[in-house]
Unconditional design. Structure first.
Length: 442
């Protein structure tokens, strides 16, 4: 009897032990997945482009952003009274985005009918979206971007349209995108191409508003057929990634920009993604007030020295310019310093001789420099805080790289307006080749 009881107890212990959680990972019965944390991003800041404003009433109307890439369509009956509608370009901090974001006001107004936001996709952007997976997203008061359901995509016209009952900060987002880094390369240079995705945004999953998640690299089994579809250069596939190598020479303007494509499979759908990489001898990139980066590159950013005074004897300066014809007054950007200071180094701005270090650049139709008036009505100009730094590019023989910043740049045309300031920051890569040219371009 005792042996029988011991046997029963041992069987019970063995049974209970078999019910314990396995020590072998992956053999447990799966439970519910924990929720993904929301991605919170900073609120965008205006890029100093003037906001477009328009009074729209009960009869409806439409308004465009200043760059033309967003159209707001307000149907008749959406407003019960006149509203001052505005569209302002802002910096874009949304994950998986393309181009600018836009602040559409007034916020908090209740619409009697939904209004339509129609985004037009810019083909020249270095990050290209899978339009088949695109929708619009807005940033809520918590700083989380919310992807909208039921977007209408016109692939031929490259537009993404959404209906909404409120205004806010808006942009376009896609579940799949490809990046090229960098988007500008020197002859023989390389650019890394990567496909990213966010599973939650892939169609047909977006059936209600959901937070825009973080993006991860697309697994290699879903990416294929890397190729150069336009222009020169070669591409080497590495699964979900690839490397583009530019031609060893600078192509002419018609072929300087190559289009690289790949196919991405999602379910039964296959989408072609495209991105562009430009081969150039040099570039200057800059942003104003933290806005969208502007790039000057075609036939530009050559590094040279010149004589002041229309070719007469005088101080010799080194300059970095951004213009195909730097001897004219149309150069969009120009940075100069005395050659006596050296070919590399770091210098603060200085607007008087003998060691003049200055910048001129064209923005919104006006030239700006590195001096300003502290307040309206002042008469004495102050040199802006800021600098220019030039380094030897050890990764690319025959090139210099550098950066610059002007904290308070002001327009040059009218002294009385030099209290109106903007902030500019940028970087450059230029050949060490030196040309002689005069006169100065401004």
């Amino acid at each position: 009897m005792l042996l029988k009881r011991i046997g029963i107890i041992c069987m019970a212990i063995a049974f209970l032990a078999s019910c314990k959680k396995s020590d072998t990972p992956g053999t447990e019965v799966p439970g519910p997945k924990p929720p993904k944390p929301d991605v919170v991003t900073p609120v965008g800041t205006p890029d100093n482009t003037p906001a477009e404003t328009k009074t729209i009433g009960a009869t409806g109307g439409q308004i465009f952003s200043s760059d033309g890439y967003l159209k707001v369509i307000i149907p008749a009956g959406a407003f019960t009274s006149d509203q001052q509608v505005s569209v302002q370009q802002i910096s874009n901090n949304c994950p998986g985005t393309h181009g600018m974001a836009y602040r559409v006001l007034p916020e908090g107004v209740t619409f009697a009918k939904p209004v339509t936001l129609q985004f037009r996709i810019n083909m020249t952007d270095s990050t290209h979206l899978g339009l088949g997976f695109a929708t619009a997203a807005y940033q809520n008061k918590k700083g989380v971007w919310m992807a909208m359901p039921k977007a209408v995509v016109n692939a031929e016209a490259r537009t993404v349209s959404i209906e909404t009952t409120h205004f806010s900060d808006w942009t376009v987002v896609s579940g799949v995108m490809m990046t090229a880094n960098p988007g500008l390369v020197i002859p023989g240079g390389k650019s890394k191409l990567i496909v990213y995705y966010a599973e939650d945004l892939l169609a047909p999953l977006v059936k209600e508003e959901i937070p825009v998640p973080g993006f991860i690299e697309m697994p290699s089994q879903y990416v294929s057929n890397w190729r150069v579809t336009n222009g020169l250069g070669t591409v080497q596939a590495e699964g979900g990634k690839a490397t583009y190598t530019a031609p060893a020479f600078k192509p002419d303007a018609a072929q300087e920009t190559a289009t690289i494509s790949c196919d991405v499979k999602s379910g039964s759908n296959t989408v072609t993604l495209n991105t562009k990489v430009t081969t150039t001898h040099g570039y200057i990139s800059f942003s104003v007030n933290g806005g969208k980066t502007q790039i000057v590159h075609r036939g530009v950013a050559q590094r040279f020295r010149y004589n002041l005074g229309g070719g007469q004897a005088g101080p010799v300066y080194t300059a970095i310019y951004g213009n195909a014809t730097p001897s004219t007054a149309s150069a969009p950007i120009w940075i100069e310093w005395p050659l006596s200071l050296g070919t590399t180094g770091a210098w603060l701005w200085k607007t008087f001789t003998p060691d003049l270090v200055r910048i001129h650049f064209l923005y919104n139709g006006a030239y700006y420099d590195c001096s300003y008036l502290p307040k309206q009505g002042d008469r004495d100009l102050v040199i802006s805080p800021g600098y220019v730094k030039v380094y030897t590019d050890h990764t690319h023989d025959g090139y210099y790289t550098g950066e610059f910043e002007v904290e308070k740049a002001s327009p040059t045309a009218t002294i009385s307006e030099k209290w109106r300031t903007i902030h500019i920051k940028g970087k450059f890569r230029v050949p060490t080749k030196v040309d002689i040219i005069s006169p100065v371009p401004f």
